[in-house]
Each structure stands twice: as structure tokens, then as C-alpha cells.
Design a protein around this ligand. Structure first.
Ligand SMILES: [Zn+2]
Ligand SMILES: [Zn+2]
Length: 221
């Protein structure tokens, strides 16, 4: 309902019109092969593990993202979080479904919200994205994960700090869990959150965890 009260503006450039205008849509940077098979980082040629993820313990099978997390996508995601417009989640899901094949899973779940931020925003982008993708991919969306403590601010944290921050920060709550499940989130930054969630899902019986995100940070070391 709120959608109707707000002027329709492009989140990336502010021009009136769609949530993402045609000009911005055309200028988005898609994440395209060749990719690292595991973490989905763009690489010079297809590899099983890349410089970004090799030597790291990663609990998920593979991660894929639709778009590079650049200036423009950052603005879209910020507007999405702030306004929570349903049409933005739908647009995001459309872009994800255009870029990423449906993963071979029995259901979708999402990185759970931090309670304080959920109350502030009144919506949870990852859940909305999962539900829109679930409709498109005809997969059930499971509310499988919970946070065991408040989410720390990850912005500006080093990779080691990010991993420490999210270690044991998630617990799975749905039983039984499907053997193969896809974790949905808005942005993949270091993979630390995705891997911690995958660990929690595997602990209750998921054997294969795929990760799908709207955007992905590139070249984080
Ligand atoms: Zn625009
Ligand atoms: Zn990799």
C-alpha cells in the first residue's frame, strides 16, 4: 500500500519512473562467467577455487550473484532496505532469475533478520527476495534460520573480523530440513555470513547448501 503513496523514482539515479529505470538497468554490471565454481567470483578462466576463497573453509556448495555490488547497485540496495517497496523485491528477483539458473534444491531459505533492524525497517529484504524467487522457481520458502545474537555491523570490518563476528551467530530451527537447500541474501560481501548460515543448516541435516544473492562485492581480500 505504501508503494502507492510514494513517488515512483529510480533508486539508482532518482529519475521518476520504475524502481530501476531503463538507463540504469542497461548500465548494471552483470556477474558473468568465467567464474570461480565455488564462491562465484569472476575469474580469468573457470576454476574450482579462486584467490578469494582458496584455503578458506566454506560450508556452502557454491555461491552465485546476479550483479556486481558497485555504486549503482549500492544505491538500489540502500533504497530497497530503506523503503521496503514490494516492487523492488520483485525487480530484484526478476534480475536474479534472469542471471542465475534455478539451483538444484528442494527449497529456499534466507539469512535471518536482526530483530532491531527488522523493527526499524518493518521488512526484511532477504526474505522478500526469497519469497519472490520461490514463486518464480516454484520452490517452497522455509523460515529455517534464526540469529543467536544481534548482528554486528560488518561494514568496514576486515575479513578475519567478519568471520569472527558471524561464527556461531546462526542456528537452524526448522526440522526436518531438506537435503538440499538454497540460502538467499541481498548482498554477498566476504561469504562469511553465507558460510556461517550454511554451517547451521548442515548441522541439522542439509547436505548441500547453495547460495544466491542479488549482488556481490568484488575483489575483497
Ligand atoms: Zn535510473
Ligand atoms: Zn572462489
Amino acid at each position: 500500500m505504501l508503494d502507492l503513496l510514494l513517488p515512483q523514482r529510480c533508486l539508482a539515479c532518482g529519475r521518476s519512473g520504475a524502481a530501476v529505470c531503463d538507463a540504469c538497468l542497461a548500465s548494471l554490471t552483470w556477474i558473468e562467467p568465467p567464474l570461480c565454481e565455488r564462491c562465484g567470483s569472476p575469474t580469468a578462466w573457470p576454476v574450482r577455487r579462486c584467490a578469494e576463497c582458496s584455503g578458506r573453509r566454506i560450508s556452502f556448495e557454491s555461491a552465485r550473484a546476479a550483479l556486481a555490488y558497485d555504486e549503482r547497485v549500492r544505491a538500489i540496495v540502500a533504497g530497497w532496505k530503506e523503503h521496503g517497496l514490494r516492487r523492488i523485491a520483485a525487480t530484484a528477483a526478476e534480475l536474479v532469475a534472469a542471471a542465475i539458473p534455478r539451483p538444484p534444491v528442494e527449497g529456499l531459505t534466507y539469512v535471518p533478520p536482526d530483530r532491531t533492524r527488522l523493527l526499524e525497517r518493518g521488512h526484511h529484504p532477504a526474505e522478500r527476495l526469497a519469497s519472490e524467487l520461490g514463486r518464480r522457481w516454484e520452490l517452497p520458502v522455509l523460515d529455517s534460520l534464526a540469529r543467536t545474537r544481534a548482528a554486528p555491523r560488518q561494514r568496514g570490518a576486515t575479513l578475519a573480523e567478519r568471520r569472527r563476528n558471524v561464527r556461531a551467530a546462526f542456528a537452524a530451527r526448522t526440522q526436518p530440513i531438506p537435503g538440499s537447500i538454497c540460502l538467499v541474501d541481498d548482498v554477498y560481501t566476504s561469504g562469511a555470513t553465507a558460510s556461517a548460515c550454511a554451517t547451521a543448516l548442515r548441522r541439522v541435516g542439509a547436505r548441500h547448501v547453495w547460495v544466491v544473492t542479488f549482488a556481490r562485492a568484488l575483489r575483497l581480500r
